[in-house]
Every structure is written in C-alpha cells, then in structure tokens.
Write a protein that binds this ligand. Structure first.
Ligand code: HEC
Ligand code: HEC
Length: 315
C-alpha cells in the first residue's frame, strides 16, 4: 500500500513538473514596450489631427467609452434587450454567453458597487472573488484610465434594467472549472497592460489606447498560444483561427500594404476596403457598433497607430 502511494505521488510529481515545464515553454514573453515603428511626425503632417473636444457630462463621456469598448458586441443578443446578455461566443473551449450587465438588481449588475465593477473590468475578478474567463477581454480593459471606468459606470446606470436571467456557459469539462484560470493569469495577464504614455505624439498615444485597450483589436487580430493566451510576438499579424474559428487578417503594415492613412480612417468609418468591397464577418459589427460611431479624430488616431505598428510577417 505504501509503495503504491509512493508510486502515485511520484507519478503526480513528475506529471505536474512536466505540465509546469510545458506551460512555461508555451508561454510567450512579456509584451515589449509599445513604440511607433516610424516617424509619426511625418505621418501627422498629412492630416490636421486635433484631439476630441472635452465633454462635460460624465454619462455622455461614458457612452463614448462604451462605444469604443465594443461592450454591446458580447452583451446584447441578436434581437435581445440592450446589454441583457445571452449573446453566444463560440470558442475552441466551448460557448460562452455574455451576461446581463444592465442595472437590474437580481439579474444584472444593479446590486454592484463601482469598486466591484472596476475590479471586474480591470482585474477580471467577480464580486464573490471568483475569476472571469478571458473570453471577457479584461486583459485589454485592464489598461483603462480611472476616469474612463468611472464614466462608463455612470453611463451603465442609465441603461434600462432587464430581468433577463444569465445563461450558463456551455464549456468542455476542464474549462468548466474556474480555478485553472489562476494559472492562466500567472502566464498571460499583465495587470495594467502595456504602458501607454511617455514622449510620443498625442495622436499616437490616443490611437494606442483605442486599439490596445478600449477597442481590444488584438483579441481577434493577434494569434493565440495553445492555452489561449495572446502571442505578443506576433501582435496584430492575424491568425488562422479567430474567435469563431475563421481567419482574421494581419493589420500590421505588412497586412495593410498599400492602404493609406485615409484608407484606414475611411474603412473604420464605413467598412469599405480600398478595393471597394465591404468587410464582413465579425468586423462588420465592430465597424457599425464601434469605430463608425467614434469621432473622426479617434479614427485617425487609430489609423496612425496601426500605420506605425511594427511589421511582423516580413515583406
Ligand atoms: C468579447 C466579448 C466581450 C466584450 C467585448 C465585453 N465583454 Fe463583458 N463579459 C464577457 C463574458 C463572456 C463575460 C462572462 C465571463 C465569465 O463568466 O467568466 C463578461 C462579463 C462581464 C461582467 C461581469 C458580469 C457578471 O455578472 O459577473 C461585466 C461587468 C462586464 N462583462 C462588462 C463589460 C463591459 C463594460 C464591456 C465593455 C467595456 C464588456 N464587458 C465587453 C464578454 C465580453
Ligand atoms: C471580434 C473580432 C474582431 C475584433 C474585435 C476586431 N476585428 Fe478587425 N477584423 C476581424 C475579421 C474577422 C476581419 C476580416 C473580415 C472579413 O473577412 O471580411 C477583420 C478585418 C479588419 C480589417 C481589414 C483588413 C483587411 O486586410 O481586409 C481592419 C483594418 C481591421 N479589421 C481593423 C480592426 C481594428 C482597428 C480593430 C479594433 C477596433 C478590430 N479590427 C477589431 C475581426 C475583428
């Protein structure tokens, strides 16, 4: 009996060590510091970029954050009430359903404090301390500013409450447990995200914030490791298996070869590619619900940031 136990313990120890080694081999390095890969000044000389005029009303500011954050894409079901949840998100791990985030006290987040909301959004931790799946892109939202979180919270209070109950996620067995998310977080979650500040032109900084943080563009346009972490070494260079298993294109300058700054700005406004075709798939909704509703200043800033991304796939 003793020997059997020892054997079991040994096998477990070897197994766990093996797993840890495999996990660390699979883990990508930390995100290199963000920096423009070219001369932003020369690019800005092409356009007359002006920052957004200040907005006094926190609710209106919050609505802008909400749009730029694309929250409706996952929290409003087709033909469902706004933000009442039930929207299916197909992933290789199973189907997630965006929960109800209206101010309903029972089924939504009506009973939450602002601090709980902040912790969910920027740390991925629920009010009861359980961990959220990274299908909720808190790994991007973690870089949100204090003001944006507060304004977004103010805006969400104004959404009509809905008593729509949440749907259980439909996940394959090991993923049904939430505790392994802790290991995933050690590997892939960088609280606060990459630093977006410093001696860069304001247009580039704004673009970085919109693309990296609020717009969470990398969640679809960056390839993932086997464990579902973003592979920062190939940031924005596309993937053969996007969120719904379909390919997502490279949006670094190698992928957007031949696109001018105004082509990108125009695309983010109406979804038309330089060849005159309209974008489809999930991106059609990103354009209609998110980028088309931003200001021209914000679309230009995003175009500046994309144009200045380092090229990944050669060319
Ligand atoms: C790509 C899809 C996606 C986007 C975009 C998204 N969410 Fe979510 N969100 C989810 C999923 C999925 C969950 C549930 C995660 C879980 O159960 O672990 C979630 C959970 C939440 C929760 C916790 C709700 C609860 O009942 O515990 C809040 C709050 C939330 N999201 C707010 C937002 C806000 C605000 C935005 C926009 C800034 C946003 N989400 C954008 C997918 C998304
Ligand atoms: C939910 C996933 C998703 C998100 C989030 C997303 N994209 Fe996309 N994007 C796609 C897909 C899928 C396509 C290809 C659509 C098609 O096949 O027509 C695409 C296409 C594009 C294209 C056209 C590229 C080309 O060569 O045709 C650009 C530019 C682009 N996205 C930029 C962005 C930016 C900027 C953001 C952040 C605001 C963003 N995307 C967020 C999924 C996404």
């Amino acid at each position: 009996m003793r020997r059997l136990l020892r054997l079991v313990a040994l096998t477990l120890a070897v197994g766990i060590t093996g797993l840890v080694v495999v996990i660390f081999v699979l883990a990508p390095g930390p995100r290199p510091p963000l920096a423009p890969a070219g001369d932003v000044g020369a690019l800005l000389a092409e356009i007359d970029w002006q920052p957004n005029p200040p907005i006094d009303d926190p609710v209106e500011r919050g609505r802008q954050v909400f749009i730029a954050g694309g929250c409706a894409a996952c929290h409003t079901a087709e033909n469902g009430e706004a933000l009442a949840g039930g929207r299916p998100l197909e992933t290789p791990f199973g189907t997630f359903y965006g929960p109800n985030i209206t101010p309903d006290a029972e089924h939504g987040i009506g009973g939450w404090t602002e601090a709980e909301f902040d912790r969910a959004l920027r740390e991925g931790i629920a009010p009861d301390g359980s961990l959220y799946y990274p299908a909720f892109p808190f790994t991007s939202y973690t870089g949100m500013t204090d003001t944006d979180v507060a304004d977004l919270w103010a805006y969400l209070q104004t959404v009509p409450p809905s008593a729509e109950p949440n749907l259980e996620h439909d996940l394959a067995l090991p993923y049904r447990w939430r505790f392994p998310i802790q290991a995933w977080r050690w590997l892939y979650f960088e609280p606060g995200g990459p630093e977006i500040s410093g001696e860069q032109p304001e247009a580039w900084l704004r673009g970085a914030y919109l693309v990296e943080v609020l717009g969470h563009c990398g969640q679809c346009h960056t390839d993932r490791t086997l464990l579902g972490g973003l592979d920062h070494d190939s940031a924005f260079s596309g993937t053969s298996s996007g969120p719904d298993g379909r390919p997502v294109p490279d949006i670094t300058p190698a992928g957007l070869d031949g696109w001018s700054l105004s082509d990108i700005t125009f695309f983010l406004n109406i979804g038309m590619l330089p060849d005159g075709n309209f974008v489809g798939g999930d991106m059609a909704e990103v354009v209609s619900e998110n980028t088309s509703q931003l200001t021209t200043s914000d679309r230009q800033a995003m175009a500046v940031y994309l144009t200045m991304l380092p090229t990944i796939n050669g060319q």
